[in-house]
Ligand binder design. Structure first.
Ligand code: UT7
Length: 328
């Protein structure tokens, strides 16, 4: 089996900032409530003419430039998203065309907030087994298009953005040490976007009136507790599999759902928050894109240095959860 590693990262956040103070003007909420309960201060909002593949294109181009790979050299594109431009074709197909990745095959992976780790795990298998020489993995979400802006418990959490990574064969001593992915379909109702699929099409006045086409987080409080448990389990599984402890890890890069979830995980793992990468204050929850955006930031701001051990972990709708342990 070949050893596979990340050789380039990139991200893109839309320019428009929506602060908690902006939300105070349209909702019965306060900056104080949102900051204390979630850690979020502001989030980004995509332009009306931007779709998920547009955000993905910029993040993907930046990752390819970082890796020194031209679009036409890309062999595989895996896009993680729950907000594709269209259900058919896949978001990754639009991205392939926009990038000019004329020699790549592309497809989407749907695993909500764990999407990037699922996509990384899938793409890794193709490189490991020598079927493709490289892959571009992009997570891109326009979560703000899925929201009911009168539902104050849900709409304050989410934002838009994209993150990307390029993987290829690397020399021994670095690269992806493990990926572990899990799902529990029985928990599917907890974080749900009921409409838009075969269950509710054709879209009707009734389905719109019932708000079936917006993100439904009826189980948010319950999923908070499950998230802490699953996050911690995902980290422990990666460490156990590689015979390592948290002392060996330079930084944990988790999905950014709620600062209090991350604090709960840190407490459960008995690790300082200094070891947990946090940027939720600036971007909110961007579903699958939070992990690669944070990874790109950590790689660029010097948090991660060559040789460091980096632990990615996520939890999300599905339910899904997982980890990736990487020697940078
Ligand atoms: O990425 C996938 C994983 N994501 C998740 O699993 C989400 C996890 N869940 C959460 O992050 C939190 O449960 C929320 C942020 C969604 C809610 O926080 P909470 O601390 O669980 O608050 P709560 O739902 O228990 O609500 C407390 C109070 C309620 O008022 P009463 O009933 O106590 O009078 C809510 O009506 O806060 C009220 N409230 C708000 N007040 C001001 C709810 N949303 C707001 C708001 N502004 N935006």
């Amino acid at each position: 089996m070949k050893r596979v590693g990340i050789i380039g990262t990139g991200s893109y956040l839309p320019e428009k900032v929506l602060s908690n103070f902006d939300l105070e003007k349209i909702l019965d909420t306060s900056d104080e409530w949102i900051t204390t309960r979630t850690g979020i201060r502001e989030r980004r909002l995509a332009r009306a003419d931007e779709a998920a593949s547009d955000l993905a294109k910029v993040a993907g181009e930046r990752a390819l430039m970082d890796a020194g790979i031209a679009p036409e050299e890309v062999e595989l594109i895996v896009m993680a998203t729950i907000t594709p431009d269209t259900h058919c074709p896949a978001g990754a197909n639009w991205l392939e065309a926009k990038l000019g990745a004329v020699n790549a095959v592309s497809f989407d992976v749907t695993a909500a907030c764990t999407g990037f780790i699922f996509a990384l795990s899938v793409a890794e298998q193709y490189i490991k087994t020598g079927i493709y020489r490289n892959a571009l993995i992009v997570a891109s979400e326009i979560m703000t298009r899925t929201l009911d802006w009168t539902d104050r418990e849900t709409c304050i959490l989410w934002g838009d953005g994209a993150g990307a990574a390029v993987i290829t064969e690397v020399e021994d001593g670095r690269g992806i040490l493990s990926t572990h992915i899990h799902s529990d379909g029985a928990g599917g109702d907890t974080l749900l976007m009921p409409g838009g699929g075969s269950k509710t099409t054709p879209i009707s006045y009734e389905s719109v009136d019932k708000k079936l086409h917006t993100l439904n987080m009826i189980g948010a409080n319950q999923s908070f507790k499950v998230a802490v448990k699953r996050f911690a389990e995902a980290c422990e599984e990666a460490l156990y599999h590689n015979d390592l402890t948290l002392d060996d890890i330079k930084v944990i890069i988790p999905h950014q759902a709620n600062l209090r979830i991350l604090q709960g995980v840190a407490k459960r793992l008995n690790v300082s928050m200094d070891k947990v990468y946090v940027n939720i204050d600036r971007y909110g929850n961007i579903s699958s894109a939070t992990v690669p955006i944070a990874l790109d930031e950590a790689a660029r701001d010097g948090t991660i240095q060559p040789g460091d051990l980096v632990l990615l972990a996520a939890f999300g709708g599905g339910l899904t959860w997982g980890s990736a342990l990487i020697r940078w």
